[in-house]
Each structure stands twice: as structure tokens, then as C-alpha cells.
Design a protein around this ligand. Structure first.
Ligand code: NAG
Ligand code: NAG
Ligand code: NAG
Length: 219
């Protein structure tokens, strides 16, 4: 039963021939290890681009990792954004990391993208459609690390208060929480980013399904 359900889901997944391409580019003057789930991960020197293909009707994330060192089997650690000590990520990373989150063609023939600071911030990021215009720009291009409150400061980034304090008012474990002085700090730097777990900003950039995107670190 479980097996046939798994097969059904895989069949559903691959039935959609439309592959969407995310071109992930590193504009930072330093090396980053790009991460994508689904997609894996890749080291990117300044000005290098990694093309990540994902099937249509996918929900996922793209982020940068910094300060990594991996051995030849792709195992190691990153100072920020680490995903279970793997070069090729299979799971979302550890705070802090600036995330581009997307939902492709899951609702109403539209893609939805946003930038999330719910897991803190490591590098500035921007996402844009390769063709067409679809709503507001999706970016957090300020280097928040320079302004990070000292309670949230960690090597290589600005962590999120849930990760630092482990309190429900920041983590929203019980499902109800509002903005805090920390989420307001993040919001002040990147007004269009999601800044706490129950943030319900009305505006998400929405593009028509089938659009390809470029994600740039340090835009
Ligand atoms: C960056 O890459 C683009 C192509 O992706 C190339 O045209 C350009 O010359 C490169 N710039 C530098 C500074 O290497
Ligand atoms: C790579 O690192 C992992 C984890 O630290 C270790 O278990 C493995 O032996 C290493 N492999 C090589 C070839 O060094
Ligand atoms: C998206 O990129 C893929 C491959 O990179 C290409 O085949 C496809 O035509 C592109 N889609 C659009 C809408 O430009």
C-alpha cells in the first residue's frame, strides 16, 4: 500500500514534462556553496552560474551557504546554511541563511516566490523571472550582517530569534505569534521579506506557470 502510493506520487511528479530552470548566480566577491532543495548543491566562485532544473508543480527553496569545506565525497560543513553536512543538500539548511522560497504551478497556473528571513540572513539575494514581469521584485539586497543586533550575531551571518532563544513567541510552535522587535529589525532592512514564522504578507510575487527564474547572490 505504502509502496504503491510512493510509486503513484513519483509517477505524478515525473508526469509533468515541463522542467523549470533556476539559474543560480554568485555575484558575491567570495565563494558560496549554493543549495537547492530539490536540486542539491554546488560550489560557485564569483560570477559562476549553476542551472537547477526542477519539475513543474514543485515547492522548494534556494539559498547560499558560506564558509564551507567538503571532502571528495561531498561531506563537510558550512559556517552558514549547512544541510546535514552534505555538499548536495537533501534537506533545508541550518540558520542563518537567506532563503528564496517558491511554489511552482501549485495554485491557479501561477508561481509564487518570496524571500524569507525566518531563518535569519547570511547573504543578500534577488530572484527575478527570465521573461515577463510578475508583480513586485523579490529581493533582500541589503547586507543585514552589518546591522545585526548583537544578540543575533553569529559567525558569517545574522541568526533568527527562534534559533537563538528557542522561545515560542519567536518560533510560533503553538501556531500563534506576532511580530517582535527582531522581526521588525529584519523588516526594516528588507520590507518585502517574510520575517517571522506566521508572517502573512499579502504580497507575493506571482508569475505565470512555466516561467524560468534567475537567483542572484549579492545582486
Ligand atoms: C561574468 O560572466 C559573464 C557570463 O556569465 C561574462 O560575460 C563576464 O565577462 C564575467 N565577468 C567577469 C568579471 O568575470
Ligand atoms: C569525508 O568526510 C566524512 C565525514 O567527515 C568521512 O566520514 C569520510 O571518511 C570522508 N571521506 C574521505 C574520502 O575523506
Ligand atoms: C526554460 O528553460 C529551459 C531550459 O533551460 C528551456 O528549454 C525553456 O524553453 C525555458 N522556458 C521558457 C518559458 O523560457
Amino acid at each position: 500500500m505504502i509502496k504503491s502510493l510512493g510509486f503513484f506520487l513519483i509517477a505524478l511528479f515525473f508526469n509533468h514534462t515541463n522542467a523549470i530552470t533556476f539559474s543560480v548566480k554568485n555575484n558575491c566577491p567570495f565563494t558560496v556553496w549554493a543549495a537547492a532543495v530539490p536540486g542539491g548543491g554546488q560550489r560557485l566562485e564569483n560570477n559562476q552560474t549553476w542551472e537547477v532544473n526542477v519539475p513543474d508543480q514543485t515547492l522548494g527553496r534556494i539559498w547560499a551557504r558560506t564558509g564551507c569545506s567538503f571532502n571528495e565525497t561531498g561531506r563537510g560543513r558550512c559556517q552558514t546554511g549547512d544541510c546535514n553536512e552534505l555538499l548536495k543538500c537533501e534537506n533545508y539548511g541550518e540558520s542563518p541563511f537567506t532563503a528564496v522560497r517558491y511554489r511552482l504551478n501549485i495554485f491557479n497556473d501561477l508561481d509564487f516566490l518570496d524571500v524569507s528571513l525566518i531563518n535569519g540572513f547570511n547573504v543578500p539575494v534577488k530572484a527575478a523571472p527570465d521573461t515577463g514581469h510578475c508583480g513586485r521584485s523579490i529581493q533582500c539586497s541589503v547586507d543585514i550582517n552589518e546591522f545585526c543586533p548583537k544578540q543575533l550575531r553569529v559567525p558569517g551571518g545574522c541568526s533568527d530569534p527562534c534559533n537563538v532563544f528557542r522561545k515560542d513567541k519567536y518560533c510560533c510552535g503553538s501556531g500563534k505569534c506576532g511580530p517582535t522587535k527582531y522581526s521588525r529589525f529584519f523588516q526594516s532592512k528588507c520590507p518585502r521579506a517574510y520575517t517571522y514564522p506566521k508572517d502573512d504578507q499579502p504580497e507575493l510575487s506571482s508569475c505565470s506557470a512555466g516561467t524560468n527564474y534567475t537567483v542572484v547572490f549579492c545582486p
